[in-house]
Design a protein around this ligand. Sequence first.
Ligand SMILES: Cc1ncc(COP(=O)(O)O)c(C=O)c1O
Length: 400
Amino acid sequence: MTDLFSKFDPLIQQREELLSNGVTDPFNLVMEKVESPTVAICNGRRTILLGTYNYMGMTFDPDVVAAGHKALDEFGSGTTGSRVLNGTYAGHRAVERALKDFYAMDHAMVFSTGYQANLGVISTIAGKDDYIILDIDSHASIYDGCALGNAQIVPFRHNDIEALEKRLKRIPPEAGKLVVLEGVYSMLGDVAPLQEMVAVSKANGAMVLVDEAHSMGFIGEHGRGVAEAQGVIDDVDFIIGTFSKSVGTVGGFCVSNHPKFEILRLVCRPYVFTASLPPSVVATAATSIRKLMDSAGKREHLWENSKRLHAGLRQLGFKLGTEEPQSAIIAVIMPDLETGAAMWEALLNEGLYVNLARPPATPAGMTLLRCSLCALHSEEQVGEVLTMFAAAGRATGCIS
Ligand SMILES: Cc1ncc(COP(=O)(O)O)c(C=O)c1O
């Protein structure tokens, strides 16, 4: 018998080697208590959270929490069914209305996760004879959506407008074409040149889908994302998003103005063949989304935090993923996995949690310490974070 697990041996070995140095497992941390969107108790100590996707700090918002409690009391703990059978409650319709209002779009469809939204929409609209032209650094859920639909995949170099155009021109003009982009790329926190890319895609007869998972709520005048900030939201055919980041709960969605959009509810397998979100989740999401419409002050503070952290880390001598802060994500580039893990642990011991990211999730084989800011981090907390980076960086030899 061939052990089907033997393909994981190199990864098992790499993991054992890393942990044999006595380093804490960076992928197995327990949040023992979560006090707020910015502070938790880990290993018994107060820890500043700088590695969550809680960009707008909605998880403890009193209105959001109250809406969840109310729905739990009135509708129970779960729907036990698919959206197309018994799983559409008033709350599912309400959250879809909130999304339509938030984006000022005609249609909104809610999935159980953002992963499923990409999986479902991409695989359903682009099939075997169609082409998907995508940035090579696209999220796993985008690649998995392409694979599920069996479309021809044409990747192009990250954020390279010319490469996108060249690929588009090589595809037969009559073929169905979907260009898939992200607003913010979550590993380095860099933003896509959507204005140019959407124009090039349209000029070459392609439909455009933009995943705004890491920009919703924060980027753009109304928090609609990078497509809004760059003035091309009306030319984008589909926006994918998630409730697991700025919205502060779990779930995924697609919004669109396409006149035939609603047919997806009958043909999209990751929508049809899975249970719908629990009533408490859609109630918290709807309340959060409506509050995000009116959060200009928080967006401004989050930008200030991002600029302060970026400038402070650079001044300390760390190498960062972007020249300028472009989003709420600031990636600190580590020389290798061992140093990255040591630095991650040193920061945790100082009382700071960040994400350790490594290949294959990261581009170009990089090891990153990913910092994601929250609109509720105070100026003092950002100062504390910089002090901790200075101490941990010197202790591990990352900076002098
Ligand atoms: C760009 C992007 N799209 C989709 C997702 C999936 O979102 P969810 O957590 O809702 O499944 C993520 C999650 O990290 C993401 O980064």
